[in-house]
Design a protein. Structure first.
Length: 194
């Protein structure tokens, strides 16, 4: 299937999920995350803030566990730069001010937040709609994360999170698509890291 077809199909599948299914799936993903990754050895984890109305995997169970139990691991969160295809990144703090952007996504308030150097990030949690058995993901099609990942340290771990299992393959990959190292579903961690 093409990315456009997959976006439509998986958007519909995700919207059909009950709130409780998203919550339980997100908790299971968080549990697998902390079981599998040596988080205490990571300098920083980058986590997107979920779009609740789109039933994205909720990253807050991971964020809150990091801030409560892994005090040496910093957390970075993104903000889209208005009218551009770029993001900027801020250090997550428990009392940080969040504002809603034009797409209904919570983001750090740039006037009251600390910018974060993305070269310090060791692991990025990736939002996605679908992914395939080769480790490629389908996002929303704006390219924000592909551009961001290209600027990160070459050894950064790219970890997708999905409420669904992979499809066989994405038919219309392009040279700019970046393969994930891992993808966590509620029941399994898929790996392509060599």
């Amino acid at each position: 299937m093409t990315k456009q077809e997959l976006r439509r199909l998986f958007s519909e599948r995700r919207q059909a999920l009950a709130h409780s299914e998203v919550l339980e799936g997100s908790k299971a993903i968080a549990q697998l995350f902390f079981t599998h990754f040596a988080v205490e050895q990571l300098k920083a984890v980058h986590a997107y803030l979920p779009i609740k109305r789109l039933n994205e995997v909720d990253t807050f169970p991971i964020i809150y566990t990091l801030q409560e139990k892994y005090l040496k691991t910093q957390i970075a969160v993104p903000r889209t730069i208005p009218d551009t295809p770029e993001m900027e990144h801020y250090q997550w703090l428990p009392d940080m001010t969040l504002v809603m952007n034009q797409w209904g996504i919570l983001e750090p308030d740039p006037h009251h937040s600390l910018r974060y150097n993305i070269r310090n990030i060791d692991l990025v949690l990736l939002p996605l709609l679908a992914f395939d058995l080769q480790g490629y993901r389908v996002g929303y099609g704006k390219g924000f994360y592909d551009r961001f990942l290209a600027q990160c340290h070459p050894k950064v771990l790219k970890v997708g999170v999905s409420l669904f299992e992979p499809i066989a393959r994405i038919d219309d990959l392009n040279p700019f698509d970046i393969r994930m190292d891992y993808c966590i579903t509620p029941t399994k961690i898929w790996t392509w890291r060599t």
